[in-house]
Structures are given as structure tokens and as C-alpha cells.
Design a protein around this ligand. Sequence first.
Ligand code: URA
Length: 272
Amino acid sequence: MADSPSRAEIIDMLRQHVEAGCTDMLTEAPVNQFAASEIRLGLKSDSAPPRDNSQAQPTGPATTPLAIPQVPPETRIDTHNLAASADSLDDLRATMDHFDGCALKKTAKNTVFCDGVAGAKIMLIGEAPGQDEDRQGKPFVGRSGQLLDTMLAAIGITREENLYISNIVPWRPPGNRSPSIEEIVTCKPFIARHIALAKPDILLLVGNISNKTLLDTQTGITKLRGQWQSYEADGLKIPALPLLHPAYVLRRPETKADMWTDLCQLQKRLAS
Ligand code: URA
């Protein structure tokens, strides 16, 4: 028989579940997933007589499937004009705070707009907030952000002094899933306007989604990383360096050397 997991392994498994969002509330009322799956499997009819709930706490319908709110196509908003109407970073932040056309906003605690020095020469753009970012309302403050901070500090870049940070999607996708194409398409005009207003000299594009979205490419990050690209939009042409996502580097520590190599490229360019 296989050995039972050690205490450390159990804690690690629990930590992974929490990081994956298993502790997050997606609906106001609890959902009985066992009942829902019995119905899906045909083990139970969903036209069963109503339960006697007189003794129970108000919990909502027992058989409601887990509902991730979706924006119906007819109410989808084209965000280009909305984003273009913002004429300062504060204005853009307020516009996004008031925007309700992305379903992710319904389950997120905060709109994660930015961190660091507005107007800094370097702007780093990630994918979407995770649990820590959603709680604190700032990008890259969890484990991957800490790794990023440490690696960038080694070449003299810090969010306190000379770095501005944002994400493609400003609302946390529930359960730490990747943002959907639809969510990315809705949010892209916001980050494009964000870049146009922040006017960085250099973009650091972190991970696949950031690169594919802003460089309009299908090439994956493992091929693109470390090779200077050009971000071209709104009359701007900004040198952009694709970097591995720090969450990927944390999962695959052997890629740290690649990340260092790419950061050396950046350091060389800053020194030239
Ligand atoms: N990953 C991202 O891409 N962005 C964050 O802000 C945090 C984690």
C-alpha cells in the first residue's frame, strides 16, 4: 500500500487548492454540487417535489449549477470608444471602476489598475490578477510578484523608483483560470489606452497572454522570450521585451536561468 502523505505534503496540497481558488465564493448562496451532478448523470430528476425547507437556513436553490456570470452577446459593450474617452490615468481608472460590461468584475473584489511609478520609463504588463492581487487591489503582490520584484531589483528596477505595472485584464478570473478570449477582447482597449497614457519607453510583456494580446501574435512565449519586439498601436511604436511569466518560473525553477538571460538583455539596453 502506498505511504500516507506527510504533514508537509498535505499542507502543500491544501495550499495548492487555496491558490487555485477552491476557497473562493462565486455566488451569494451555497450550491449543492452533489445534487447538481446527480441530475446531470440522470440519477435524479430535477422535477423532484419541493423540499421542506422550513427548518433550514436560507441557502438558495439546492440544484442551481455553479453560476459564473456571463455577459449576453447583445449587451456586450465595445470598449474602444469608452477607453479612448479617458484623457488621463485617473480618468481611465475611474472609467474602469464604473464599467460593468465584463462578467469578471462581478466576482472580483477589486479593479486592479496599477502599481509603481506612473510615468516611469519601464511598464510591465502581466495577465490578470490572482487572489492576492484581487484582495489588495494591486498587481503582482503574490508569490510570483515577489519573485519578479527580486529579479528586477537585481538589475536596479523597482516599483518604488522606476517601474510601472499593470495587467491585460484588471479583474481576477475566478479560480485562477486564464481569462477567456472574450474577456481579453473586452479589456484590450483599456490596456492599450493605459499604455498610451502612461507613455513608457520600454514595455516588459510577461507571459503568453500579455505577449499574444499586445503583439497580435500566435507565437508562444517560449519562442518569443528575450527577443525585442515592437508594440505598435495608437501611433505609438514602443520596444517590447517578452519575458516568461514568474508563475511559470516558480513552477519550473530550471527556467530561472532563461529569465536571468532575458533580464540581462534589458539591463544592456538600459545601459546603452
Ligand atoms: N499574475 C499576473 O499576470 N498578474 C498579476 O498581477 C499577478 C499574477
